[in-house]
Design a protein around this ligand. Sequence first.
Ligand SMILES: [Mg+2]
Length: 172
Amino acid sequence: MIAVYLDVDGVLSPLPAFLVPPESAWKGRWDREDIAGFRDVAFHPAMIGALNQAVTRPGVAPRWLTSWEEHAPGGFAPATGLAGRTWPVLDGVIGDAPGDWWKLRAIRADVAATAPDAVVWADDELARQEESTRWLASLDIPTLALSPNEALGLTPVHVAQLAAFIDENTDR
Ligand SMILES: [Mg+2]
């Protein structure tokens, strides 16, 4: 099973929304909506569609790892069409502390509990979270870290990387 951990802000939704990336390689219009109390959330239907194709394949187990917590499956997924209404939510943002990133704590516990055969972690903060990337690289299974520019979110290149990684590691 390939575990895919997904952040929302800066990954599925570029920040800030009012700068919705004109230079984005996704074709067509960005949508912007108020979702679950979050104002002006930007998303691109083509990106949502490409992501759905990649992560709804057999053997792929997506999980929410975002401060949106329950609002991700409950709000973001239905509003955008992302197939994430039933993905498990990792929580713990309340216990976040400097030098002790709640997401690293949460993903470590989840990987230990679920023993995936491969791990993908997509979070715009990853590039600045050295302890997290070190931990990911230390796992003895294939891993992929995607750390998009928060102003762009996942690009077509990122989604292609994700799909290729899933191809390579399916049937493990
Ligand atoms: Mg983020």
